[in-house]
Design a protein around this ligand. Structure first.
Ligand SMILES: [Zn+2]
Length: 337
């Protein structure tokens, strides 16, 4: 990679994702530097862990802990974070909105520290951690250093502004780095200390990526999940989506997702649990509607998944067995006619 004279390669944080599925470990990110301007966005490279804040969570409540006692903290750092919120909001065409709060509860909390040990990875200037569930992102913490990566000096305004934009991008769902140099969301930012602050802004690709994430939402995440080479990440996404569909009684849509999830890991407890609920409800509905073939298929699978979960004491088992036997009898009757 070519560096400009007087420029500094700023290594930005590799962020860690906290997820609902404890079995899904955050894998080390493989970062490729592709110095081209080929694509108009990098949404397709975000991977199966990408997520977003759903519309009902807007405005996102942001608590900025601007503590002047932190060594090397400057009051303008707070303004940089507010500016970063405005930039991402504008880039999303207003789909992302923020509300600044003075105290908890909040959705995103940001603070500065001069303690390098507070970051998970050495050599970084900040990090974002977030939590998500079937309803999308719901909490993020952003830690930013007031010192450079080796602690030898205070960070300057350019670095502070770039870090706010970059870490907030992660917290909004751009979980991976842009593969393109020159984007705020690339792992390395090549910048010049004499660059005026108003030129350190989101690139057109950063803007197009956040817009796609918040416009396409689940459709984009499903596509990324289907294309992902990481089976654990695919599994997590499938479980999230199916669980939500089961909660909303959309059993027909949930079933194939759960079937795929269990083909990846037949012992995945969240998938088995959702499959059990899905099959019981869909099976009983089919029985009531006189669709005995579907009822037999689903109620049989309900019993099978209950066995796999050791839930055979579940009172629904007896109900399902009884309905299953009636369905089979109905099918036999119609065959013998
Ligand atoms: Zn990063």
């Amino acid at each position: 990679m070519k560096l400009l004279p007087e420029s500094k390669l700023l290594l930005l944080a590799l962020s860690a994702a906290l997820s609902l599925c404890p079995s899904v470990a955050a894998s080390e990110e493989q970062q490729k530097l592709i110095p081209t301007a080929a694509a108009s966005d990098y949404a397709d490279s975000l991977g199966a862990k990408a997520d977003y804040w759903h519309p009902e969570k807007m405005p996102i409540r942001v608590m900025i802990v601007a503590d002047p006692r932190v060594p090397n903290y400057k009051p303008q750092f707070r303004d940089f974070f507010i500016g970063a919120c405005q930039s991402w909001s504008e880039a999303s065409n207003g789909k992302i909105t923020f509300k600044f709060v003075q105290a908890e509860p909040c959705d995103i909390k940001v603070w500065w520290t001069n303690d390098l040990k507070q970051l998970l990875n050495k050599g970084e200037l900040g990090e974002a951690q977030w939590e998500n569930d079937p309803d999308g992102m719901y909490r993020a913490n952003i830690k930013l250093l007031t010192l450079n990566e080796d602690g030898s000096r205070g960070i300057n305004d350019q670095e502070a502004k770039l870090m706010c934009l970059h870490e907030l991008g992660h917290a909004l769902g751009i979980v991976k780095h842009s593969p393109y140099l020159g984007d705020i969301m690339n792992a390395c930012i090549d910048f010049n200390y004499s660059t005026p602050l108003d030129q350190l802004i989101l690139s057109p690709r950063d803007k197009a990526t956040i817009l796609r994430l918040y416009t396409e939402g689940d459709a984009l995440l499903d596509k990324l999940c289907a294309e992902s080479a990481d089976p654990r990440a695919r599994l997590m996404r499938l479980c999230f989506r199916a669980d939500k569909l089961v909660q909303n009684e959309k059993y027909e849509q949930a079933y194939p997702l759960l079937d795929t999830a269990l083909s990846i890991d037949p012992r995945c407890t969240p998938a088995l649990s959702s499959m059990s609920n899905c099959c019981f409800e869909q099976g009983m509905d089919a029985y009531s509607a006189g669709n005995y073939e579907l009822a037999v298929s689903r109620l049989s699978r309900f019993i099978e998944t209950s066995k796999a979960l050791n839930y055979m004491n579940n009172p629904q088992i007896a109900e399902a067995m009884e309905s299953l036997n009636r369905c089979k009898a109905k099918l036999n009757q119609s065959k013998s006619k």
